[in-house]
Ligand binder design. Structure first.
Ligand code: ADE
Length: 362
């Protein structure tokens, strides 16, 4: 076995992987020709979905929106509808906005540079590098979960410096075949998908087993090392339940990383103590002044890295008029059912409803 000094793959390593890929790659539809729109769509769909699941959606989506122009001209609702069942719908909205960006700013031509590609809404380094390397032979490495795993095993990458993506980018860039970056990137990903799988990899069938340091050291099952999980923090969020007759006061979230344009109860942020900071936060976040009443419901919700204790307090507005500059709405329960409301808010509202139901007798 060839020990592999950093950045110096053994003679023939790249040839072995590439010729394996040329003979064994799956005949996936976006590999037939390198149309940037089709490759872009495939990479976005593959981000949180397996090949097997996404293939029928991919075909149906392309039938409905065969090119950038038709996608850009579509209604967002129709795009999201074509995505229905795949989940993570921000991907569909971003794709739609991205297509509009390309049509408006680039005359419908997918950009050729990393800078211009990263300017497309929703396109990050992975997607940009994948499309540009596959479609336009730009020498850009890609790093996804498959690539990290393959590299970690090939080079027995361990320890704190291999917890972040940066070092993997550097290693992937050193290995990149500059003559055929798209095929190389896909060869590494394909090896991760078909052979160098997370559990029970097929080492005896691996085209680069003789180059694999983890295999030589009998450490394949230990690599890649699990990433340190960020500790889960316990936080309290306090919200107000303000009624006017049959209607309930909701506020719409702005553009942000999470839950964009969803409706929710006016509430404290994740970064404060909850009830003790509630009045001040309602004033600073929404310009809202209220008098607080009783706690009407309490429930729990877990999101990435946070366990949230949710509390709803009854409240009345100090002024009849709502402040301007924030999107408030008085909604009936029927209207609420049709609005985009995040799971966390629905949970809290269910808890409020349960607390207001009379207790069953005996
Ligand atoms: N996973 C995501 N994109 C891929 C591609 N182009 N080839 C193989 N696996 C992938």
């Amino acid at each position: 076995v060839n020990p592999t000094p950093a950045g110096k793959p053994p003679q023939g390593f790249q040839w072995r992987l590439r010729s394996w890929y040329d003979r064994n790659q799956r005949p996936l539809p976006w590999r037939k020709n390198h149309n940037a729109y089709r490759v872009w769509l495939s990479e976005v769909m593959l981000q949180q979905t397996t090949v097997k699941t996404m293939l029928p959606y991919y075909a149906a989506f392309l039938k409905r929106f065969p090119n950038l122009e038709t996608l850009a001209a579509a209604d967002e609702e129709d795009v999201v509808a074509a995505w229905s069942g795949l989940g993570y719908y921000h991907r569909a909205r971003n794709l739609h906005r991205g297509a509009q960006h390309i049509v408006q700013r680039n005359g419908g031509r997918f950009p050729r540079t990393l800078e211009a590609t990263l300017a497309i809404p929703g396109v990050g380094l992975y997607t940009a590098s994948a499309v540009l390397s596959i479609c336009y032979s730009q020498p850009l490495p890609v790093v996804d979960g498959n690539v990290r795993r393959v590299l970690a095993r090939l080079f027995a990458l361990r320890g704190p410096e291999w917890q972040k993506d940066g070092p993997y980018y550097n290693r992937a860039e050193e290995l990149l075949d500059r003559e055929a970056p798209g095929a190389w990137n896909q060869a590494v990903m394909e090896l991760g998908a078909l052979v160098c799988t997370p559990k029970q990899p097929s080492c005896p069938a691996c085209p680069v087993r003789r180059d694999c340091r983890a295999l030589a050291e009998n450490r394949v099952s230990e690599l890649p090392e699990p990433r340190a999980r960020r500790a889960v923090a316990n936080v309290t969020v306090a919200a107000v339940f303000v009624e006017r007759g049959e209607r309930l006061l909701l506020v719409q979230r702005g553009e942000g990383r999470l839950m964009t344009r969803m409706w929710e109860l006016p509430r404290s942020s994740l970064d404060t103590a909850g009830r003790p900071d509630l009045l001040a936060e309602l004033r600073s976040r929404y310009g809202l002044s209220v008098s607080l009443g009783d706690l009407v419901a309490r429930t729990k919700h877990t999101i990435t890295h946070r366990k949230i204790q949710l509390e709803a307090y009854r409240a009345v507005l100090k002024s009849r008029d709502l402040p301007t500059g924030t999107d408030f709405r008085w909604v009936t329960r029927e209207e609420l059912a049709a609005l985009p409301v995040a799971a966390i808010t629905r949970k809290l509202l269910r808890a409020v409803d349960a607390s207001q139901r009379p207790l069953p007798l005996g």
